[in-house]
Design a protein around this ligand. Structure first.
Ligand SMILES: Nc1ncnc2c1ncn2[C@@H]1O[C@H](COP(=O)(O)OP(=O)(O)O)[C@@H](O)[C@H]1O
Ligand SMILES: [Mg+2]
Length: 496
C-alpha cells in the first residue's frame, strides 16, 4: 500500500495527468488520494455520479453544485485550475465523446499546471483518444497491518456502544487477522461486526467463522468453489516425476519472500494431460493440501451460464477473487470442456473471447496463484495452452506402471480397512496390465461387494476374478491412447 502511495505520488509529481486506478475499493482509493494531495500541497476533489464533485473528502467538506453530470464535472477541472481530481466510477461514461473530450482538455491543461485526473474502478475501457495519455495502477488489497488496524478500530467502536468481551490470545488475534486478509476492508468490517454483535464477544472459535465468511465471499459469484483439500500426495501412486517437480518448489511456496531474493518467483502452475482415470484430478487436489494452501475450483460449466450473466466479465471477476485470496491453488478440471477449440463460433464467439481472456490472464496474472489444470482430451484443447509461458510444465499422465499398480491396490485396500500385506500385490499388478487407477479402485470395490454379500473375507483370488471380468478402457481405446502417447512424446514431460 505504501509502495502504491509512493508510486502514485511520483506519477502525479512527474506530470502524469491521467491515472487509472484498478480497485474494488474506491473508498480506500479516496482516502489514499486525499492524503497524497495534501502531501503535495494540492487541493483534492472527489466525484461520484450520485453526489457530484466535492472539495476534499472530510465530513463537512462542501459539494460543488451542478457537477453530478459527468461532462459538467470533468469540465469543472479547467475552472478549478489545479488539484487532484478523483472520479469514482467515471469509467462507463468515457464512451460519451463529450466526456472523453473534456478529459483530454483537462489532461492537456495539466501540461503546464499542477494536477491530475484519477479514475478509479474495475476494467475501465478507454476510448482511443485517451489511451495514449493514461497510466494504469492496481491498488493492492489491504494487507495484514491494514486489517489489524481496522480490527482494533471496530472493537474499540463497538465497545463504546455495548459491552464487548475479547477473549483472544495473541496467536488467536494473528490467526483472525490472517483469515481476514483477502477480504476488502468493507467486507472485513461487516464480518467482524457480525461476529461481535451476535454474542457480544470475540473468541477463538470465531476465527473459523471468518473462514466461512470468506468462503461465502468467494462463492457468491457462482464461479469459484472452495474445495476441501483432503487428499494428500501420499495417497497418489506413481507420478514420481511430477511429485519430484512439486517437492522442489515446496520451499518457494513456504517462503516466497526469501525465494524472491534468490530470483525465484511463485510457481505458476502445471497442466496435466493424459489417460482418463489415472490420477490427474486426484493430484490437482492433493497439491493444495501438500502445500498447505486453500484450494479453489473454477467450474467452467458456470462460466457460460446465461443466468449468471456476461461470461467474460464473470471470468475476470472470478480471477480477481482468486488473486486476492492468494496464496492459493486454483484448480481447473477438464479444461477442454471450458475452452474446446470447436466451441468458438456456435455461441457467437463467447467461449473464444473467454479463452483469450484466460490465456492472457495465465500469462500476466499477478499474485501467488498456482494453477493446476487437467485435460483428458488434448485434441479438443486449443494448442495455445501448450505454449511456453502459460504453465511451468505440461505433464503427461499415462497408465500406471506395474509398481504403481501394486501401490494403487495397496492404497485402496487400506482405505477400505483391508490389510494390504495379506494380498499378493505383485500378482495383482501383473494381472491388471492396462488398468487405470480408477479401474483398479473399481475392482477393489467390486470384489469387496462380492465378498461382503457372500460373507467371506476379501482375498487375492476374489480380486483376480474381478480383474478378469473387467474390460479396461485402454483395451477399447487402444488406438486413441497410442495417438495420445505419440502426440505427448515431444510436447510434454512424463509425469511418472
Ligand atoms: N495414481 C493413482 N493413485 C491412487 N489412486 C488413483 C490413481 N489414479 C487414479 N486413482 C483413483 O481413481 C480415482 C479417479 O482418478 P482421477 O484422478 O479422477 O482420474 P483423472 O482425473 O486422471 O481422470 C481417484 O479418485 C483415485 O481414487
Ligand atoms: Mg479427472
Amino acid at each position: 500500500m505504501n509502495d502504491t502511495a509512493a508510486e502514485l505520488e511520483l506519477l502525479i509529481r512527474s506530470k502524469y495527468a491521467l491515472l487509472l486506478v484498478d480497485t474494488a475499493e474506491p473508498e480506500r482509493a479516496d482516502e489514499l488520494l486525499g492524503l497524497i494531495a495534501s502531501q503535495l500541497s494540492m487541493q483534492y476533489f472527489s466525484w461520484t455520479r450520485s453526489r457530484g464533485m466535492r472539495r476534499g473528502n472530510q465530513p463537512g467538506d462542501p459539494f460543488i453544485e451542478h457537477t453530478a453530470e459527468p461532462a459538467k464535472a470533468v469540465a469543472r477541472v479547467l475552472l478549478e485550475g489545479s488539484g487532484v481530481f478523483h472520479f469514482r466510477g467515471l469509467g462507463p461514461f468515457l464512451d460519451d465523446p463529450v466526456v472523453a473530450s473534456h478529459v483530454v482538455d483537462a489532461v492537456q491543461h495539466f501540461g503546464n499546471r499542477r494536477g491530475a485526473v484519477v479514475i478509479t474502478g474495475h476494467d475501465i475501457h478507454l476510448p482511443d483518444s485517451l489511451r495514449p495519455h493514461a497510466v494504469t495502477i492496481t491498488l493492492p488489497g489491504p494487507d495484514f497491518n491494514a486489517h489489524r488496524g481496522q480490527l482494533e478500530r471496530v472493537i474499540r467502536e463497538l465497545s463504546a456502544k455495548m459491552p464487548v468481551k475479547v477473549e483472544l490470545t495473541a496467536e488467536d488475534r494473528t490467526r483472525l487477522v490472517n483469515n481476514l486478509v483477502g477480504l476488502t476492508l468493507t467486507e472485513a468490517e461487516k464480518v467482524v461486526t457480525k461476529l461481535i454483535m451476535e454474542d457480544g464477544a470475540l473468541r477463538a472459535n470465531d476465527v473459523k467463522r471468518v473462514g466461512a465468511a470468506k468462503r461465502q465471499v468467494v462463492e457468491q459469484d457462482g464461479l469459484l468453489e472452495y474445495w476441501p483439500a483432503e487428499e494428500s500426495l501420499g495417497e497418489v501412486a506413481g507420478l514420481v516425476g511430477l511429485k519430484t517437480w512439486l517437492s522442489k518448489r515446496r520451499a518457494v511456496v513456504d517462503d516466497p519472500q526469501r525465494a524472491a531474493q534468490f530470483g525465484l518467483g511463485f510457481p505458476r502452475g502445471v497442466l496435466l494431460l493424459g489417460v482418463p482415470g489415472c490420477g490427474k484430478s486426484l493430484c490437482a487436489k492433493a497439491i493444495a493440501s501438500e502445500w498447505g494452501l486453500p484450494l479453489l475450483k473454477l467450474d467452467p460449466a458456470n462460466l457460460y451460464d446465461k443466468y449468471i450473466g456476461d461470461s467474460e466479465k464473470n471470468f475476470k471477476r472470478a480471477m480477481r477473487t482468486a488473486e486476492r485470496m492468494a496464496p492459493i491453488v486454483l484448480w481447473i478440471d477438464e479444461l477442454e470442456k471450458a475452452f474446446a477449440s470447436s466451441g468458438g463460433d456456435e455461441d457467437g464467439g463467447v467461449s473464444k473471447r473467454v479463452f483469450g481472456t484466460f490465456l492472457s490472464w495465465l500469462q500476466e496474472r499477478k499474485g501467488d496463484v498456482f494453477v493446476t489444470a487437467t485435460s483428458n482430451d488434448i485434441a479438443k484443447l486449443p494448442p495455445e495452452f501448450i505454449r511456453k509461458g502459460r504453465f511451468d510444465e505440461v505433464f503427461f499422465v499415462d497408465l500406471p506402471k506395474p509398481e504403481a499398480r501394486a501401490e494403487i491396490f495397496r492404497i485402496h485396500l487400506k482405505r477400505r480397512n483391508q490389510e494390504p500385506a495379506q494380498f499378493d500385490l505383485a500378482g495383482l499388478a501383473r494381472a491388471s496390465e492396462g488398468f487405470s487407477g480408477a479401474e483398479i479402485e473399481q475392482a477393489v470395490v467390486g470384489a469387496l461387494y462380492g465378498a461382503f454379500s457372500s460373507t467371506k473375507s476379501l482375498d487375492t483370488a476374489a480380486l483376480l476374478q474381478e480383474i478378469d471380468a473387467t474390460r479396461p478402457l485402454s483395451g477399447t481405446m487402444h488406438e486413441r491412447i497410442g495417438e495420445l502417447r505419440r502426440w505427448a512424446a515431444d510436447r510434454t514431460v512424463p509425469a511418472d
